[in-house]
Write a protein that binds this ligand. Structure first.
Ligand code: TNX
Length: 548
């Protein structure tokens, strides 16, 4: 009996300890500096989110908090501008930080039983503070419907938070499978919740062109549709199988503008990608005169894999691409335009008399240098409009364009090389952050492109290569995970492949350098998944299954 009592006591202590860790500080990504305190702040119907008059950034962030709280709690919480009476009350206060400790994306959060203060220097800082406050509240705050009998508490703590990297991205490939606007917006919503700040929108592919270009209507009339899709890969990873369905879709320029605004409201920059000179079969199907083979006609590709049908480095192509980029730059106001540059087989160029003459005329060594000439010319154009290019690491071959940022995807080699050449780098190695790869035993998973990338591996990734000197390391701007969609035909499947692994990427990009504890992450993730449940996210349950 005594033993039984002791056991029960032990159990209840460990349960309450567990409950403590489980229900309190399940922040994801975890903040840079964090100290838990005693007690808690309770949100009630009279709680006001108090903002400085005329501060639109505070106002917007406070409104996000109020909307979520009202939906889940039904409490009449509201945003209010500061008055002396309010200042004495138990409220949530937004104030502008002036001591320079937050930086462009950071915030300071102080939660005591008597008040909550939120400090930041920018609208983005306030926005991220609110994301953290929502994560400090019970997970039920993510409920889309009102819940009764809840205590809406925020555990006391002190947080000084700012991200490790200024670039924290996710890429979505809408070329292989078109994803409708609501799906893209939802992808953006989930990114914002995880404090990602860059959405790389892969808009053109061999298998489909997805952005309306007014000057070239055949891009949407012809290049945005394919006859049917073969579930199979050139080079045959898998037996080919027809899905028998036509596939297509594109975004109108109005829709693009709407998505850009939507993302901006969530402090996410969109980087559009227009692929060149490879991955361009769909564009050639619409405008075959852009190829090196006069008279040849093309069809939008229906199989996956690297295609030999590529743009010719001709004046016609440059005019076309400059026109396209002009419309693209008008739609996307940010600095960076991604010009692809990956996987461009040189066969067509080798066989083309025009290309061989051009190589001679420009005194180039080979087709790699011809690709470099291609990218440099495009870069010059983009730079002349006040913008900058990003390209996949193949743009290193034959010489980097002078101001280009490199995305290192074939492992980390390209990124290391580019940083040594004093170019900015985004690390996105397939070996760690390709979310199209299997996350668990392929035998139990839906068909994927191959590769094996469980969340533990993703979480173990250190984006800044130790091979670089401290000076060179400064060129590593951040980290991005890529969702290629050859085997991901629906938005639901996108969520399945993206989460929870993207949560690991979010934390890698945010938390200060240092040893990371996967067990700690996994425990927070378990709670975090309840938030994703409320949001109806179709995340893979892999981690929970493994650990159950
Ligand atoms: C390589 S990563 C590609 C994509 C594929 C992906 C599949 C890169 C720049 N190119 O075209 O979709 O592998 O994992």
């Amino acid at each position: 009996m005594k033993h039984l009592l002791a056991l029960l006591l032990c159990l209840s202590v460990s349960i309450s300890l567990f409950a403590q860790t489980e229900n309190t500080y399940n922040l994801l990504p975890f903040p840079a500096q964090f100290a838990g305190k005693d007690g808690q702040f309770t949100v009630s119907g009279t709680t006001r989110i108090v903002v400085t008059p005329k501060d639109a950034g505070q106002q917007a962030a406070a409104q996000t908090l109020v909307n979520q709280l009202r939906t889940a709690s039904g409490l009449p919480v509201a945003v209010a501008t500061a008055t002396p009476a309010l200042t004495r009350g138990k409220h949530i206060f937004f104030t502008r930080h002036t001591a320079g400790r937050c930086g462009p994306e950071g915030y300071i959060l102080n939660v005591t039983p008597d008040r909550v203060t939120v400090e930041a220097e920018t609208p983005k800082g306030y926005f991220y503070a609110v994301q953290s406050l929502l994560q400090l509240l019970p997970v039920q705050v993510f409920s889309p419907a009102k819940l009764e009998n809840m205590a809406w508490t925020i555990p006391a703590c002190q947080i000084l938070d700012r991200p490790r990297y200024g670039y924290r991205g996710l890429m979505l490939d809408v070329g292989r499978y078109f994803m409708p606007v609501p799906a893209v917006k939802r992808f953006i919503d989930l990114m914002a919740m995880h404090k990602f700040n860059t959405f790389h929108w892969h808009l053109t592919e061999d298998q489909g062109w997805r952005i309306e270009i007014k000057k070239y209507p055949k891009l949407t009339q012809i290049a945005s549709k394919r006859k049917e899709t073969i579930i199979g890969h050139d080079g045959q990873y898998y037996p080919a199988k027809f899905d028998g369905k036509e596939h297509g879709g594109y975004y109108t320029q109005e829709q693009i503008k709407d998505v850009v605004r939507y993302a901006a409201a969530r402090h996410i920059t969109i980087i559009p990608e227009i692929e060149m000179p490879g991955h361009s079969t769909a564009a050639l199907a619409a405008y075959p005169e852009l190829s090196c083979e006069p008279g040849k006609t093309y069809e939008v590709a229906t199989r996956w894999g690297v295609k030999k049908d590529v743009y010719c480095p001709s004046e016609k192509t440059f005019t076309f691409l400059q026109d396209v980029l002009t419309e693209v730059m008008a739609l996307f106001p940010n600095k960076y335009i991604h010009i692809g540059g990956d996987e461009c087989p040189k066969d067509a160029w080798q066989q083309s008399a025009f290309c061989q003459d051009l190589i001679k005329k420009l005194k180039l060594k080979d087709e790699h240098e011809l690709q470099s000439y291609f990218i440099r010319r495009i870069e010059k154009f983009v730079n002349s409009k006040g913008r900058a290019i990003i390209g996949w690491d193949e743009i290193l071959e034959g010489g980097l364009a002078p101001n280009a940022t490199v995305m290192s995807w074939r492992g980390t080699k390209g990124g290391i090389e580019a940083a040594k050449q004093k170019h900015n780098v985004i690390m996105t190695p397939s070996t760690f952050v390709y979310l199209d790869y299997y996350q668990a035993n392929p035998a139990n998973e839906p068909l994927a492109i191959g590769g094996y990338l469980p969340i533990e591996t993703v979480y173990a990734y250190e984006p800044t290569p130790s091979e670089l000197t401290p000076d060179e390391q400064k060129y590593i701007q951040g980290v991005q995970a890529n969702v290629w969609t050859e085997y991901i035909p629906t938005p639901d499947q996108v969520e399945y492949m993206t989460y929870p692994r993207a949560a690991a990427v979010a934390e890698i990009g945010w938390m200060p350098k240092g040893p990371r504890n996967f067990e700690d992450f996994a425990m927070r993730l378990k709670e975090h998944q309840k938030r994703l449940d409320y949001l109806n996210v179709n995340y893979a349950k892999t981690l929970l299954d493994v650990r159950a």
